[in-house]
Write a protein that binds this ligand. Structure first.
Ligand code: SAM
Ligand code: SF4
Length: 445
């Protein structure tokens, strides 16, 4: 049987899709790139913003036509939206065969067997911790980079930011054992992987047993994990996403600075630069504390680049609050930022707040920050010109296959002309000759 998997949302979802694909491939299914060629369509969905849900619902709705032509087609929704509104989706869309939530993904092969035998709609939305340890399979997805792999180290989240649906749809935070993660990484590296990205909604809380208080100085199981991973020969680079700022104590910061495989790029979610909004968001840091962490990271890794997540138009965000966010962007000097317009999510405290901000203002604020970001990245990228960068080769560039692309440790895309012996997954030195706000261009040295 042929399976098509479409993924919406974050890297954690991409990782889940890839694990599912691996599990199904082991059972003899083949993973295909075209939905028309498939016997089974699986949509791995996101609920973080309303628009993400709307997109997935629209897509599955359209599949009704395909099912009319091909009645044996099996269609399922998995992931966060299934967890959030799965039973409603089954009621509203009779052509949908199953919904499977975030805690039961490892049962997908069983679900497919059962549906093939007995064509009844199926809903699997409960779940426990076993999903974390049962999803270690990897599969090279058609659009994935060949020498890079994701490893999920935590699942769920205990932080309950007031706008966020993740704790509801992904459940309580659980961590894997260090040895388990390290052996998965070793296996991947033995198979040719050279860069791993550690994933968790709150990745730096790894190993803290779900405690939301900042750990005391000297305690960082996440730092211990990095130390072990850094020892793996033939692994060139370690990245991680998303770390909540409060977990960057001195132990973690010093470890990041001392391990040569840990990339000098930190995604440090800010959300807002206003202390008043941060408090309403239930984020447990102030703008000052955030800046202190960013400064310490910069001292430990002078070439570090930062990216971030920002929400504009959170309920009650005044011009003054917004200006504080704008100012923070200037102070930190981000190289990239995901700027989101606040989207009310049913069941979260912020959705009940009465001082919602009009869409037009959210849009304006979004544009102002995007402009700021573009200017900042352009200025910073200029400083790379004439420098020599170590680049992990990814392969032919998407725009012009004659040129190749790769990334610096600081997560900059570099475009260069390959030599006859240039290979994907190798480290090369590139002299940067020019730059734009998004890209560096250079020549092999
Ligand atoms: N755990 C990560 C953290 O705390 O930084 C973030 C994970 S969340 C899936 C990714 C981003 O989505 C958040 O950092 C936030 O900026 C954004 N987000 C979450 N809920 C949102 C909402 N209701 N409206 C707009 N953006 C939202
Ligand atoms: Fe959502 Fe906050 Fe958890 Fe991140 S830390 S996943 S924003 S609740």
């Amino acid at each position: 049987m042929k399976v098509f998997i479409k993924t919406y949302g974050c890297q954690m979802n991409e990782r889940d899709s890839e694990a599912i694909a691996g599990m199904l491939a082991e059972q003899g299914y083949s993973i295909v790139e075209q939905e028309n060629a498939a016997d089974i369509l699986i949509f791995n969905t996101c609920s973080v913003r309303e628009q993400a849900e709307r997109k997935a619902v629209g897509k599955v709705g359209i599949m009704k036509k395909l099912k009319k032509k091909k009645p044996a087609l099996i269609i399922g929704i998995m992931g966060c939206m299934a967890q959030n509104i799965g039973d409603k989706l089954l009621r509203d869309m009779p052509h949908l065969d199953f919904v499977i939530g975030t805690g039961q993904l490892h049962k997908l092969p069983e679900v497919l067997n059962s549906i093939s035998e007995d064509r009844k709609q199926l809903s699997l939305l409960g779940g426990g911790g076993e999903v974390l340890t049962s999803m270690g399979t990897h599969h090279q997805m058609p659009d994935a980079k060949k020498y890079q792999a994701y490893i999920a180290v935590t699942r769920g989240c205990n932080r309950f930011c007031s706008y966020c649906i993740v704790p509801q749809v992904r459940g309580r935070e659980i961590s894997r054992e260090i040895d388990d993660v390290v052996s998965e990484a070793r296996e991947l590296v033995a198979g040719g992987v050279r860069e791993i990205m550690l994933l968790g909604q709150n990745v730096a809380a790894f190993g803290l047993g779900g405690d939301t208080r900042p750990p005391p100085d000297g305690v960082s199981p996440f730092a211990c994990l990095l130390v072990e991973l850094n020892k793996i020969e033939e692994l060139y680079r370690i990245r991680f996403v998303s770390p909540y700022p409060s977990y960057f104590n001195d132990k973690l910061i010093n470890t990041l600075g001392s391990l040569h495989k840990v990339c000098h790029h930190v995604h440090l979610p800010l959300q807002s630069g206003s202390d008043c909004i941060l408090k309403k968001m239930n984020r447990q840091y102030t703008a000052e504390k955030y800046l202190e962490i960013a400064d310490k990271l910069r001292k430990a890794m002078p070439d570090v680049t930062f990216s971030t997540d920002i929400i504009v138009g959170f309920p009650g965000e005044t011009d003054e609050d917004f200006n504080a966010t704008h100012e923070m962007m200037k102070k930190v000097g981000y190289d990239n930022a995901f700027i989101f317009k606040y989207s009310p999510r049913t069941g979260t405290p912020a959705a009940e707040m009465t001082d919602q901000v009009p869409q037009k203002i959210k849009e304006e604020r979004n544009q102002i920050l995007l402009k700021e970001l573009g200017e900042c990245a352009l200025a910073h990228n200029k400083t790379y010109v004439n420098s020599i960068q170590e680049v992990l080769v990814e392969g032919p560039s998407r725009r012009n296959a004659k040129r190749w692309s790769g990334k610096t440790g600081t997560f900059k895309v570099v475009i260069f002309d390959p030599a006859p012996d240039t290979e994907q997954g190798k480290l090369v030195k590139v002299k940067i000759t020019r730059s734009t706000s998004a890209t560096l261009f250079g020549e092999l040295t």
